[in-house]
Design a protein around this ligand. Sequence first.
Ligand SMILES: Cc1cc2nc3c(=O)[nH]c(=O)nc-3n(C[C@H](O)[C@H](O)[C@H](O)COP(=O)(O)OP(=O)(O)OC[C@H]3O[C@@H](n4cnc5c(N)ncnc54)[C@H](O)[C@@H]3O)c2cc1C
Length: 251
Amino acid sequence: MVIRVVPDGWELPDFSPGQFAVLGLPPEANRSRLADVEETPARPGRLIRRAYSIASSSRASHYLEFYITLVHSGALSPRLFHLQPGDRLWLGPKISGTFTLDQAPAATDLILVATGTGLAPYMSMLRTELMASPERRFAILLGARHSWDLGYHTELVAMEHSSPHLAYLPIISRPAEEPVPWTGRAGYVLDLWRSRELDTIWDRRPTPVDTSIFLCGNPRMIDDMVGLLGEDGFTEHNRARPGSIFVERFW
Ligand SMILES: Cc1cc2nc3c(=O)[nH]c(=O)nc-3n(C[C@H](O)[C@H](O)[C@H](O)COP(=O)(O)OP(=O)(O)OC[C@H]3O[C@@H](n4cnc5c(N)ncnc54)[C@H](O)[C@@H]3O)c2cc1C
């Protein structure tokens, strides 16, 4: 689901695209009927809090948008899925995180790789920076199980049509389950990299010198991608050893 949260009686702080905020609800809040019944009831009196990447532009200062998946057995997401427009929830006053574009050297093009809701921080980056950074090329490599799990698909297609600097490459892993035959790419985000389709679009092979790669979402996808990108000389960035892969693991 996509929700927008508005602060009540205070102002949102500035933030950089890619950062996250913390949402919370009390254990007494109802769970969505789509979710599993809670095996171990949440501890009463203690707010259930989780981090969520901001999907809205940092130029939209009066609300924060989030793109959230339902973890059926989870503690907070089933409660978030029960919310109705106008309901109240806890929004942490602090916005944090280092998964931001300022980590990447300004002269590099950007490949943003996600599965599922790992797309959220990239929506903030594109909505804020795509039109403001015409010297830079962006590519979104997005994997999901089904076509209907490709969040923001329509917006991304529209962005791709209106900007020559964006390449949007969605791929689904379960095409056999599509009610309408799927004619797009089938497989995993790793297959998108292996297919070298982006080399053709960009007319060059991305290298660690000219390209920064962001990976977000499922930690297994991130580990697999880091391994695969290593074959082309890309390494994960950390303070001690600068590299050109930047990661945000959701769990
Ligand atoms: C920096 C950061 C940013 C995040 N941003 C987002 C976001 O934008 N959207 C979002 O939906 N989640 C995001 N998450 C995950 C989020 O914080 C929660 O972990 C998630 O909503 C599950 O919480 P829960 O209480 O329902 O489940 P819990 O009871 O906490 O269960 C956690 C388990 O849920 C599964 N899980 C967690 N997140 C996901 C996910 N996104 N997709 C599939 N399975 C998952 C994993 O198996 C994990 O072990 C982010 C996490 C971090 C650390």
